[in-house]
Design a protein around this ligand. Structure first.
Ligand code: SF4
Length: 392
């Protein structure tokens, strides 16, 4: 970029900027509140200056013990094993999670066992970067299965002059061994007790309740996951957990249960001792890709459920529900509401038909490979699934 070139791996933003008048993520991110104090400094600096970013997210590897239905080999070694053995999934008009696409786009992940020059470069940069950082977030794969995550935690714990303004976050499926969860709790408490960061957030994910969540996120043991959420909130008095939901077609039947149970956590663990009053946040985003699993494939009768879930969020919202400000915030509520709006917005008939065909093909192959039976997990969706199978 310094020599006026566009690195190909930044194409996500280039595509947005070139093909529409919408803002790309790099513009959105720069407009977030954390960047405001640095705006003048950035504007007045020369474009050739070495300017350390204030907000950095890093994924050290694609090592993951899950293979969630909407994820893929770029982010999960379990997915990589599966597609190497069976290939991608034929849907209606393309092959989902096809390795040749990753190769063509030069997005094949570097194996954790191979030398990774990006990680070498990161560690060279890290001591200088750390001092200037406002927000640092480790994503994955599953970061708790990567040694670099633990090195970062120890670095913060052992630093003689820690960056106390740092907002630190780790993504985790919270479904690793008890030993690793206990080790994480120990490190969080050291960091919290010594005020070594400004804020510590665990971002975790689940897309609905119980067995249906296990079906969507293959590898998940829901009860164990929920126990781990409780364990961390119980043993770490300041930590915040944000539950990220990738709301998809299979979230619809029982998302209301997740909304209610997260409110129970908010009520039980909410405290002004924490970095935020509310111990838990629900961050609902909608699945756009793969399209065959998005809520837009569903028939209109499912939209009433989503509307009811929005109403439930309002019911548990703050400040009307109580005065402790631990209920759902307006942002949390609106993120569910926009799913309903998106679901009801006009659709292209041909696209809907293709995506429904894609859904039924994906589910049949998914069940065959993983020894599952969709009908047993989703009795509420059997009619819809059977109708998708019959589309020619
Ligand atoms: S836990 Fe995350 S990285 Fe792993 S398969 Fe699921 S979505 Fe992908």
């Amino acid at each position: 970029m310094l020599s006026g070139e566009r690195p190909a791996e930044c194409d996500y933003c280039w595509n947005t900027e070139d093909t529409s008048d919408r803002f790309s993520d790099r513009v959105f991110k720069s407009g977030e509140s954390w960047s405001w104090p640095f705006k003048e400094e950035i504007f007045s600096s020369d474009w050739r200056d070495d300017y350390n970013p204030k907000y950095v997210e890093v994924s050290f590897s694609n090592v993951c013990n899950f293979k969630c239905s909407y994820c893929g080999p770029a982010f999960s070694t379990k997915w990589m094993e599966e597609v190497k053995e069976y290939g991608g999934y034929e849907t209606s008009n393309h092959i989902f999670n096809d390795l040749s696409t990753l190769e063509y786009e030069k997005k094949m992940p570097i194996s954790i066992n191979d030398n990774n020059p990006y990680i070498d470069a990161f560690w060279k940069w890290w001591p200088e970067l750390y001092e200037d950082l406002h927000t640092f977030r480790i994503t994955g794969g599953e970061p708790l299965l990567d040694k670099n995550t633990w090195i970062i935690l120890d670095y913060i714990i052992e630093h003689p002059n820690p960056n106390k303004e740092l907002k630190f976050a780790i993504n985790s499926n919270l479904s690793v061994s008890d030993k690793l969860i206990d080790k994480l709790i120990e490190k969080i408490n050291k960091i919290e007790d010594e005020n070594r960061v400004k804020e510590f957030i665990i971002f975790t994910s689940v897309d609905t309740w119980g067995k249906q969540a296990e079906y969507i996120r293959y590898g998940l043991n829901f009860n164990k996951f929920w126990d781990n959420v409780n364990k961390i909130l119980d043993k770490c008095p300041r930590i915040i957990i944000t539950i990220m939901s990738t709301y998809n077609a299979m979230s619809v039947p029982n998302y209301n249960k997740l909304i209610s149970e997260i409110y129970t956590l908010k009520d039980y663990y909410g405290s002004s001792d924490r970095y935020w009053n509310s111990a838990v946040f629900l961050d609902t985003s909608y699945l756009r890709y793969p399209q065959h699993q998005s809520v837009r494939i569903l028939t209109d009768d499912f939209s009433q459920k989503v509307l009811n879930q929005t109403k439930l969020m309002f019911y548990y919202s703050t400040p009307s529900f109580d005065n402790r400000e631990i209920g759902y915030s307006d942002i949390e509520v609106q993120k569910v509401k926009r799913i309903y709006d998106w679901m009801k917005s006009p659709k292209d008939d041909i696209e809907s038909k293709n995506n429904r065909i894609g859904f039924s093909r994906f589910i049949q192959e998914h069940d065959r490979r993983r020894g599952l039976n969709f009908a047993e997990f989703f009795p509420e969706m059997i009619d819809f699934y059977e109708s998708c199978k019959k589309i020619k």
